[in-house]
Design a protein around this ligand. Structure first.
Ligand code: SF4
Ligand code: SF4
Length: 365
């Protein structure tokens, strides 16, 4: 444990470089694909391995641009055997071929079919689906099995009406490809379909039913938003189960400390003075103070699409979304882990938490 965190899920933003230039990307951090980045990533993987996170998310930037990726993943698997998820922007999923033996799930972000994806990412959604189809169709017979593939799509005012046909397109690529739907964050954003939460949610559920009918492996995590009465101040429990690493391996957690966020070399000061930044800095400062006194503070004023499916489970609510992610924990907990979790959740989150129910979900998933 560090800063009271169980460290079960680590996200390593492995590079700040990317070969796309999405309209919503943070250009103060992202660098061009050919920018130089001198990082000893083998040293970073050792640092992450010290926490033995059960699930290792590799995001970016674009992880495909890291030449030594297969060797890094192989090292992680040999050293502590995490479940590995890689987030990819869809430009060339085939380039992960030499990493496939170590990847458990390849998550490909697509904003919608055809021109919808072009408008935000400069790359057609249909072209990305074709590349995914090629993965299934054109691999030599003796290749290692493909990892599980998930398409991640944020539901917006721009794409919502196209989603049923998008789900049908994905089903025709392969009925085995998961489609995960996420709400826009922050929820008040002009592209969010949840600006009027109740009405937006009902509209979404209508569309979702149509999607499920054509592609049963569709799941969503909108319930993680809908469970909160007031989004200006939520209780986020999973923040004490997750840790994050910058490309150079600096550790930062939401519940950790303001100084850990400052250790990142990107434009932290600029961010603090952005909308919402001061509130966030204040929340982190309070957490730092409380953390030093050994207190747990679950407050968050900047809700994100993090691992909020865990919160639902801690509250005894299963959603269609959780089983997809829970697979990563299977076989990676011992009795001591379950005991510690039981104690933590019952004393701090939900006195009625049923650890055997949770264990059953993890181990039989
Ligand atoms: S793919 Fe991701 S990292 Fe790359 S430009 Fe788009 S949002 Fe930024
Ligand atoms: S919801 Fe808030 S506290 Fe939880 S992980 Fe996201 S930013 Fe951190």
């Amino acid at each position: 444990m560090i800063h009271n965190s169980f460290c079960w899920i680590a996200t390593w933003k492995i590079t700040d470089r990317c070969n796309l230039n999405c309209t919503y990307c943070d250009s103060s951090i992202m660098k061009r694909a050919d920018a130089s980045e001198e990082i000893d990533r083998f040293e970073v993987i050792d640092r992450i391995g010290a926490y033995k996170p059960r699930i290792l998310n590799i995001s970016g930037g674009e992880p495909m641009l890291v030449k030594e990726l297969p060797e890094l993943l192989s090292k992680a698997k040999k050293t502590w055997d995490p479940y590995i998820r890689i987030v990819h922007n869809g430009t060339a999923p085939g380039k992960f071929e030499s990493s496939f033996p170590y990847i458990d799930r390849l998550v490909i972000s697509i904003d919608g079919p055809g021109e919808i994806n072009t408008a935000t990412r400069g790359l057609g959604g249909d072209a990305v689906l074709e590349k995914i189809a090629n993965l299934f169709d054109t691999r030599p017979a003796n290749s290692p099995p493909l990892p599980e593939i998930t398409v991640n799509t944020v539901v917006t005012e721009k794409n919502i009406d196209t989603l049923p046909s998008f789900a049908a397109q994905i089903a025709s690529v392969s009925p085995l490809v998961n489609l995960a739907l996420l709400p826009v964050m922050p929820v008040e954003d002009e592209l969010s379909i949840l600006k009027d939460r109740e009405k937006g949610y009902r509209r979404f559920l209508d569309i979702y039913a149509k999607m499920k009918a054509v592609h049963p492996l569709t799941a969503h995590n909108f319930d993680c938003v809908m469970r909160h009465d007031d989004l200006r101040k939520i209780q986020c429990y999973n923040q004490y189960f997750t840790i994050r690493f910058s490309p150079r391996g600096e550790l930062f957690t939401c519940g950790a400390s303001l100084s850990s966020q400052f250790r990142r070399s990107d434009n932290v000061v600029g961010k603090i003075f952005k909308k919402g930044g001061i509130k966030k800095a204040f929340t982190m400062m309070m957490k730092t103070v409380k953390g030093k006194m050994g207190k747990i503070d679950f407050t968050c004023r900047n809700m994100c699409n993090c691992e909020s499916w865990l919160d639902m489970l801690f509250l005894g609510m299963n959603t269609g979304y959780a089983p997809i992610i829970l697979r990563g924990f299977k076989g990676r907990f011992d009795d001591d882990d379950y005991q510690k979790l039981d104690q933590f959740v019952r004393s701090k989150i939900n006195p009625n938490f049923d650890i055997n129910w949770f264990k059953g979900l993890v181990e039989t998933n």
